[in-house]
Write a protein of this length. Structure first.
Length: 135
């Protein structure tokens, strides 16, 4: 039922909001879409999964980037979710040393950032990208 699916989605959000381990993330990535008859997570879940994978450090970077790259090509994302996904993608790219790509993304999204926290994250990522590219 819709209520059960909503409850499952909320449970997944709560599980991903902390510091989940890889096994927990993989279970959410598999079980939540399957419970909805899908093979892929919806965009909101994909961003949450990407953030959780990113939180694992080097072991989760590539999976996070794959999820976020797929979202970058998804049409009709809600503007706030698209912005969150692109900012996280820039963070992942900076961490991986792909500073030129990160700087390009940050340049594209900087004028759309109105939230002070996101603006600080974007400024920090841009500063890091600049420092790393100068080394």
């Amino acid at each position: 039922t819709a209520t059960h699916d909503s409850k499952r989605g909320e449970d997944a959000r709560v599980r991903l909001a902390g510091s989940p381990r890889l096994q927990e993330i993989m279970l959410v990535a598999r079980d939540v879409p399957a419970s909805l008859g899908r093979t892929e997570p919806d965009p909101d879940l994909a961003v949450r999964l990407a953030r959780a994978y990113f939180g694992l450090g080097p072991n989760g970077m590539l999976t996070a980037l794959k999820l976020l790259n797929k979202l970058a090509w998804t049409k009709d994302l809600p503007p706030d979710l698209a912005l969150e996904a692109e900012l996280l993608r820039a963070e992942v790219l900076v961490t991986r040393g792909e500073t030129n790509k990160a700087a390009r993304i940050l340049g594209d999204i900087s004028s759309r950032i109105t939230d002070p926290y996101r603006a600080t994250v974007a400024q920090t990522a841009a500063s890091l990208a600049d420092r790393v590219s100068q080394q």
